[in-house]
Design a protein around this ligand. Structure first.
Ligand SMILES: Cc1ncc(COP(=O)(O)O)c(C=O)c1O
Length: 374
């Protein structure tokens, strides 16, 4: 796969690229990549299209089998077909999980911003628990332990925006806390294939033991990996039968399952055993290093190394900007604003793009940062 290939996305109503119209602002914000979708995914969609009728569609058994095979092959995790609930996206899954749980929300921050809307959407209370930065970003286990029992922890694992890939040890500690404090846990694992740091390994928290399995809802999708988020499909793994039936009941007539084109693409993704993902990871890891090197030599900015995702969480507080997003846009670069993620003083840069695009973006970033410090 040629990840260096540049595809013009302007004029396709792309959320990322249409934001700035024809202005000279390079968009490095919303989390899709500028890479071509691999041929085996496109072929699966085409094959389904060639049938000529796109009717209402039940979840294909072959899709369920593909996910179960993926979980077994990738995580040595035995998933029961009855546990699965297919959905038109991870974000609907987060909201359905919260509604079904009907408990106070516990959300480590900074966090992918739709997490911050769940309490309001679902009429629940929330506790935001800032992560700690010492030797890299980590969960504040003491603050988590001090919260009232009987909640639901909403986790992004790997973490967006910090790029942390939680270790098995960290997840085991969190699972123990859930058990001790009678919390449920909803884990959004959408970025779990985007592992960049040497030795980074993803563990689905539900795979650790039976206790956390039965108190968790895990959300998976292939949409980030293969750059098909526009096709909208995710799967919730809900081992506990009563939680699962509550989630099913909550979704009735509000959100459907996904459609046949999304099923076809997801099946091809979950069944993929080619080297495509390794190539993607190697390309993204080199991009992450370029971002890290660029940030390291600039005054007034810092970031922790990205272990997973294609997102860099960069602190620009010392640049003394009133509105960092607006400042970088005025200087030709479209970034996501930290406050949207409950992360004041930060911007998020999406480096899921061809190297030449990234180099252009980093030049813009450096020029703007240097200008700000005078
Ligand atoms: C952590 C996380 N969860 C969910 C999503 C979106 O999922 P979906 O498009 O399936 O709702 C994103 C997209 O950026 C994400 O980063």
């Amino acid at each position: 796969m040629n990840f260096d290939q540049i595809t013009d996305r302007r004029g396709t109503s792309s959320t990322k690229w249409d934001k700035y119209g024809n202005a000279d602002v390079l968009p490095m914000w919303v989390a899709d990549t500028d890479f071509q979708v691999p041929p085996f995914i496109l072929d699966a969609i085409r094959q389904r299209l060639d049938h000529g009728i796109i009717g209402y569609t039940n979840t294909p058994t072959s899709l369920t089998d593909a996910f179960i095979g993926y979980a077994e092959r990738t995580f040595s995790w035995q998933v029961d077909p009855d546990w699965l609930l297919w959905l038109p996206g991870v974000v609907p899954g987060l909201n359905l999980a919260a509604r079904a749980a009907d408990r106070h929300l516990i959300i480590p921050t900074p966090i992918y911003y739709p997490f911050l809307a769940i309490a309001r959407n679902c009429g629940l209370s929330e506790h935001l628990v800032p992560m700690i930065r010492d030797d890299g970003w980590r969960l504040d286990m003491e603050a988590l332990a001090a919260l009232p029992p009987g909640g639901i922890i909403m986790l992004a694992s790997p973490q967006n925006p910090t790029g942390r890939v939680f270790t098995r040890h960290e997840l085991r500690e969190l699972a123990e806390l859930c058990s001790e404090r009678d919390h449920l846990l909803c884990s959004d694992d959408i970025h779990c294939e985007l592992l960049l740091a040497a030795g980074a390994k993803h563990t689905p928290i539900a795979s650790l033991n039976e206790d956390i399995r039965d108190r968790s809802i895990s959300l998976f999708a292939v949409t980030k990996t293969y750059n098909i988020p526009g096709i909208s499909c995710a799967v919730a793994v809900v081992p506990d039968a009563s939680l699962r039936s509550k989630m099913r009941a909550e979704r009735v007539d509000l959100t459907q399952g996904a459609g046949p084109l999304a099923f076809a693409a997801s099946e091809a993704g979950f069944a993929d055993t080619s080297s495509w993902r390794d190539e993607l990871r190697a390309y993204l890891a080199a991009n992450a290093q370029l971002v890290q090197d660029c940030v390291a030599q600039l005054p007034g900015v810092w970031m922790e190394p990205v272990e997973g995702t294609y997102l860099a969480w960069i602190n620009v507080a010392d640049l003394g900007l009133n509105n960092a997003q607006a400042y970088f846009e005025d200087n030709g670069l479209g970034l996501s604003p930290g406050p949207q993620f409950a992360g004041d003083g930060f911007v998020r840069l999406n480096f899921g793009c061809p190297r030449a695009t990234l180099q252009d973006g980093l030049e813009r970033f450096s020029r703007a940062a240097n200008k700000a410090v005078g």
